[in-house]
Every structure is written in C-alpha cells, then in structure tokens.
Design a protein around this ligand. Structure first.
Ligand code: ADP
Length: 446
C-alpha cells in the first residue's frame, strides 16, 4: 500500500483527498502557493511545501516544483484532484518517470480522452452512440458549412481540446456560422493553444447525464450509476443529482453494461466519467473525464462508496474486490455548488469570510475548505463549498437541501446560496422536468 501521498491541488478537493488518506493510514503532503499559506488543506496535511507565487501557472501548474516537493518529502504517489494538472498526460507521464505512482489513468488514456475528437473516435469504435456531427476536425469553413447543411442547424462548434465550456459556439443559421467558426477557433487557440475544432448538432432539449466508473488493473470495471448535471449556466454545472429524475433503472443498466464492456476492452484504469446528452430516450456521448469529478459526492452518497479510497487502492494495484451486482443504489442525493460570486450577476466576490457556519444533521455533508476568518483569494476557481444531501427519495432530498441551505452561513462575501434557495423552491425544478437550458432561463427571469 502507498505510504505517503502528495496532493497536487488546493481547496475542498485537496481536503477531500486528505481525508481519505487519513482514514487509510496514509500520510499526506500538501502543496500550496504563497496565497494559500494559511489554507485549510495546508493546516490539516501532515506536511506542506510552498511551490510558488499565487498565479496557478507558477504554483499549482508548476510541474517541476511539484515533483521536487514530492522528492524532498519522500512521497510515493501523487493525487491530482480535479482541474489543474489532473488531465495533463505529460504530467502523469513525468510522475511515473520519477518513480512515483500517478493516482489516475495511464498517460495514454488521458491523452486520448483529452482530445475530444480522438475520444469520440474511440467511442465510435466501441459502438457507444455519439451526437451527430463532423467525423473529425473541421479542415475549412467550407467543410463546416457542408456538414451544418447536412445535419441541419442549429449546430455547435467545439474545441477539440475544450474544457470548462470554453471554445464552444452555437450557430443557428448559415449567417451565424462564419462568426461561430472564427470565435470558437480564436477562443480555443487562446485557452488551449490548439485551434482544432469540430462540429456537433446542437440539441435543443437534452439532459446532461454522466456515468461514473471505476476500473482496476486486473480487468474489473464497475459503474456506479448516473449523475444528472443538467442544471448549468454557460455550460458549467451548478446543481447535480444522483440518480437522474429522468432515467429508469433499465436505461441505467443498459448504458452501464455497454460502457463498462467498452472500457474493459480499452484497458482503462482508475476513475472515469463518461458524459452524455440524453434526449428522446437516446444517449449521445460528448466526452470522457479521466479524473475525479467535482460532483462525485452524490454518487458516493447513493452507492455508499468512497471513490477517492477506491482510486488509491486501484493505484496501489489492489483488485476492486466486488462486482456490478454488489453496487446498490439507495435513495437520492443532491449537490449544490456554492461559489464566491454575486448570485445575480455572477461577478466574482473574493475576500474575507467573517462568519462561516456549516449545516449539519442527518444526511447532510459539506465538502469545503472554508473557516471563519479565511480570505478567499482572487486567483483561483470560485467554488468555496459543496453542500450535499442524501435522503430516501427526491422530494425528501429537496426538503433536506432547503433546510440545510437555510442553516448555512457564509458571511462577508457574496455567494450563490440565495440562488440555490430559489432553485430548490421552484416547482419546475421540483417536478424534475428540466433540460440543460432550464437554469439559464430561470436565472434570466430573476
Ligand atoms: P466542456 O468540456 O467544455 O465542459 P462538454 O462537451 O462537456 O464541454 O459540454 C459541456 C456542456 O455543453 C454540456 O453539458 C451541455 O450542456 C452543452 N453541450 C455540449 N455539447 C452539446 C450539444 N451537442 N448540444 C447541446 N448542448 C451541448
């Protein structure tokens, strides 16, 4: 078993990994920027190393500093969390080249799935259904126009290296296509240093449904059901549920069987999430994330599994030790992402938190690195807390979330707590009948 893990991340996810390590008797090394010297992940870790100035590219993305920190502390593995270096194939490769264990998939699989065109190709070969679109990268504007006419508007131009909803532009007509083509490529180049783009049919009322899987290095692949992440703003998730209010157990099992068989064939290892759009009873693959997801806790609550613990066990070469039939789905879980943002304009609101009070009680979980007196730095992602509830049914989970939201206090900065209270109280949300476009309209209504 691994003895000491360096956690190459910050905030709630660094704490999340630390907690799993503690329970497994594994020592932890925190890394931090100068802006995070008094952060909770640094306070709780067994050891910590400062890896650079506040800007992420100089610290949390600084591969040489992170590898040096692992060497001087004698860590034997690195957990990348999500974001930062978690989907950087080169980093995974370098970690292993330095004789350390990378807690995640192989560099080859990270590389393959990080290129969305290659990922779709791989899924096509495994007979996983895809959103109709261009067969590969668009070579020219003329090709884009031809394909758009064939698959019919509206269409979406997406960055091959995309992430976080960037480099994605909708064109509703031939007139809009030229601009979408230009803007998507410029954005993709600026954000990812790669202007390769492809086209998909823009679905008008899909849900975002994703499947959590775990694979060990002995050929065992198991899925942990779906998460419904349709509540999004600018293609970014705000609220997630497990399971989906729209899916039957038979649909879940059929998709799960197909996906696990495919990944077994690929020889995939560790945790992964396959994202689909779901409309009119059909699934269409959009991308695979080769890491732990922000919303993994809703799956943990419903399945009673510690996904980080499983990631560590898999990285240490252990067998899963259970099969698909052992995975049970109990009740319903919901997660609200609480960010340091104005709940109406979504302008960032970093600064000092005067009072922080976390809700509690049966079925309530808070994953957060906040504490009273903590100053949220302006340099990083605005996520400050994930509030997760679990209850026997969806209506009970909603009631529990409303109760927990009312108890929670983050005073001194603006947060999205008021927006979450409004969503939970909304009759349409409560009915479960929503698509990926619902939240945008809900926010606009005010
Ligand atoms: P990113 O990696 O940037 O997050 P994704 O491919 O995962 O990009 O898509 C993010 C979100 O964008 C999806 O959850 C969905 O809401 C929307 N989206 C992506 N592809 C389509 C599509 N073909 N039609 C409609 N919406 C889409």
């Amino acid at each position: 078993m691994l003895k000491k893990i360096l956690i190459a991340n910050r905030g709630e996810i660094a704490l999340r990994v630390h907690r799993a390590c503690q329970e497994m008797g594994i020592r932890t090394v925190a890394v931090h920027s100068t802006a995070d010297a008094s952060a909770m992940h640094v306070r709780l870790a067994d050891e910590s190393v400062c890896i650079g100035p506040p800007l992420a590219r100089d610290s949390y993305l600084n591969v040489a500093a992170i590898l040096s920190a692992a060497a001087i502390t004698g860590a034997d593995a690195i957990h990348p969390g999500y974001g930062f270096l978690s989907e950087n194939a080169r980093f995974a490769e370098m970690v292993e080249a330095h004789g350390l264990t990378f807690i995640g998939p192989t560099a080859d699989h990270i590389h393959m799935m990080g290129d969305k065109i290659a990922a779709k190709d791989a899924m096509r070969k495994l007979n996983v259904p895809l959103v109709p679109g261009s067969p590969g990268a668009l070579e020219s504007f003329e090709e884009a126009r031809e394909i758009a006419e064939r698959i019919k508007y509206p269409v979406l131009i997406k960055a091959a290296a995309g992430g976080g909803g960037r480099g994605m532009k909708v064109a509703r007509s031939a007139e809009e296509l030229e601009e979408a083509w230009q803007v998507a490529r410029t954005e993709a180049k600026a954000a990812f240093g790669n202007d390769a783009v492809y086209m998909e049919k823009y679905l008008d009322r899909p849900r975002h449904i994703e499947l959590q899987i775990l694979a060990d290095t002995h050929g065992n692949v198991v899925h942990f059901g779906e998460r419904d992440c349709s509540l999004q703003r600018r293609h970014q998730k705000l609220v997630e549920e497990a399971g989906s209010p729209a899916l039957t157990a038979a649909e879940r099992n059929a998709l799960g069987a197909q996906v696990t068989a495919g990944l077994r064939q690929l020889g995939y290892r560790n945790a992964g999430t396959l994202e689909f759009l779901y409309q009119d009873g059909q699934f269409a693959f959009i991308e695979m994330n080769t890491r732990l997801q922000v919303e993994h806790p809703v799956t943990e609550m419903v399945c009673g599994v510690d996904l980080v613990r499983e990631q560590i066990r898999i990285a240490a070469g252990e067998k899963l030790g259970y099969g698909q039939e052992d995975v049970q789905f109990n009740g319903h879980a919901i997660e609200c992402r609480v960010t340091a943002e104005d709940p109406e304009s979504f302008a960032p609101s970093p600064g000092r938190v005067n009072t922080y009070h976390a809700p509690g009680g049966l079925g309530v979980r808070v994953d957060s690195a906040l504490y009273s007196g903590y100053a949220v730095p302006p340099h990083y992602d605005s996520l400050v807390a994930k509030l997760i509830v679990h209850a026997p049914s969806r209506p009970q989970a909603i009631a529990r979330m409303q109760r927990a939201l009312d108890e929670m206090v983050v005073d001194g900065i603006k947060t999205t707590l008021p927006l979450h209270r409004r969503i939970m109280a909304d009759a349409e949300f409560q009915s479960g009948d929503y698509t990926i476009h619902w939240l945008e309209r809900f926010v606009a209504r005010g």
